[in-house]
Design a protein around this ligand. Sequence first.
Ligand code: NAD
Length: 239
Amino acid sequence: MKIALIGYGKMGKEIEKIAQSRGHEIVSRIDPVATGEDFGDGNFEKADVAIEFTIPKVAFSNYQKCFEYNKPVVSGTTGWLDKLPEIKKACEQEGQTFFYASNFSVGVNILFELNRHLAKIMNDLDDYDVEMTEVHHTQKLDAPSGTAITLAEDLLEKIDRKKEWKLDKGEKESDLVIKAEREGDVPGIHTVKYESEVDEITIHHSAKSRQGFALGAVLAAEFAAKNKGFLGMRDMLKF
Ligand code: NAD
């Protein structure tokens, strides 16, 4: 497969290594700072699929450019989700293909599944309060992380006593607090903790490196090249 990378930062470079090890060719590396390559320089159009890992404020315009070229896009950039309805519309009405995951790691997607299951059990157990913590490296631009938002939204759907998530500090019992900590070069730690007077139950995922995210993104690109529409990890992993 011929892959265009949009964003050649920490993730772009990690994805390049994994993609090449799986026999794919990188035909374009678009990044105004790291490479100076752009969409119009003749290389992007050779790609079968684009993988986008940039920054929140440019992600949506990058997706629009990919759609202009009718290229499937896989993106892991977080912090742009207010534009999600427009992306879904482009998939449904214009036949575009877009694969988004707030977290491409298979392990985190197992955590998502456990979180939904545990929340269903805990809904009737009012003695337990629940809160979340996420820890990331200090260069991360958004807080809470996209992964924490996915965990929180799944929780809010199942736990009736929690109504909305709040960053760092809640005001009401019904607020689900997400504590966001920034330290060192941490690739990503997420914890969901239920606590009562007598005990604590936690589910927890800690990424050891960026490799798991990069592998998931390449697997998603292989999937997006063969499937159409608005796609996600649950379509690909099927658990
Ligand atoms: P990074 O800062 O190392 O790299 C971002 C790159 O984007 C930089 O090289 C920057 O020059 C480039 N860029 C800026 N504007 C651009 C534009 N208009 N077009 C193309 N490139 C542009 O960041 P990173 O660690 O690689 O993370 C990138 C994004 O991916 C962040 O939003 C992060 O939260 C997210 N992320 C998601 C997952 C996941 O599994 N979904 C995993 C890790 C990181």
